[in-house]
Design a protein around this ligand. Sequence first.
Ligand SMILES: NC(=O)c1ccc[n+]([C@@H]2O[C@H](COP(=O)([O-])OP(=O)(O)OC[C@H]3O[C@@H](n4cnc5c(N)ncnc54)[C@H](OP(=O)(O)O)[C@@H]3O)[C@@H](O)[C@H]2O)c1
Length: 341
Amino acid sequence: MNPVNPENPENPENPENVETTVKAIVIQAYGGPEGLAVVDLPAPAPAAGQVLIAVEAVGVGGVDILLRSGALAAYGYKEGLVPGSEVAGTVTAVGDGVDTSWIGRRVWAFTGTGGGYVEEAVARVEDISPLPADLSAVDAVTLGSSGVVAHYGLAHAHFAPGETVLVRGAAGSIGIMTVQLAARGGAAAVAVTTSSADRGERLRKLGATHVLDRSGKGGQDAPTGYDVVIDIVAGDGMPSFFDRLDPNGRMVTVGAVAGQPPADFGMKLMASFQKSLSFAVFSAASVSEADRGAVRSEQFAAAARGELTSVVHELLPLDQAVPAHRKMDAGEVFGRIVLTP
Ligand SMILES: NC(=O)c1ccc[n+]([C@@H]2O[C@H](COP(=O)([O-])OP(=O)(O)OC[C@H]3O[C@@H](n4cnc5c(N)ncnc54)[C@H](OP(=O)(O)O)[C@@H]3O)[C@@H](O)[C@H]2O)c1
């Protein structure tokens, strides 16, 4: 869209008086999804070290919901921000210092805490990964960041073939990838927690061997103890899952969708001293961009070969960000919602 530059509407035929804009979603007011608005913003230009991407797909992530709600306001994020951290599309321009051979290539990109819900996005060249020819932009934004967290979460837990794994909160994008990677990695059992039998069946198709409810009950013949627990939920229930560890077991918390654990959680380690248990948190922020990029490229190649499955809950046009966020708020999403500009 090329509206007349409001600074000088006298000569609309003069290209210098025309401002190019792109459609974007901004958080106009913190709170519910209705605080999101479709707006036209000046088309971005890549700064030094950045690329410009014609966006084909945007992943809707949990952090977008936190940003929109205002939960991250204390960290300096202000209303007026464009949410979205994960996009895929084609590089159309590069800034100073960036190899021009990127132009025309299809890439996945991390845009930062925000900046993704837009027709044209900028990203640092360190934060882009090329897409294999057989991988769609939609699949890329479904796997791109969650797969890396799943990979390093399991690595942080020193997961080894033949071990038993419990994935708590398996129905989200990180859990779905963790289930697949644990199964592919030769786990003796992959138990999952989820809130419905239908989700349990879908997780079985991805490699889960036992389906438990959110409290960890159920799952016929499920192991009574686990070598590894990957926790995406945290909250009040976290201690009871720590208790599921076998001697020398390791629990790694990679997400906290139910909030913080009880303040005295650390005492669990001392109380189970004779089991030599370990607890850790893992954030992808502690891994270099190069290492994250290498794992992502391996996973993209595996997905293109059909060895990893991307689970897309729904495709929606970019201007349907409000219903997308409503579905996220309602806990309806299995996998990822993807917005398409
Ligand atoms: N470590 C990192 O580097 C990293 C990177 C990005 C994001 N994260 C974190 O990862 C989390 C988001 O991951 P995600 O998108 O995969 O998760 P998600 O989809 O938000 O949640 C995972 C699943 O947990 C279950 N769940 C939701 N609320 C629950 C509750 N109160 N009690 C028990 N279960 C509940 C839901 O499944 P059911 O309804 O089937 O139970 C949900 O599908 C966030 O905490 C985010 O900050 C971490």
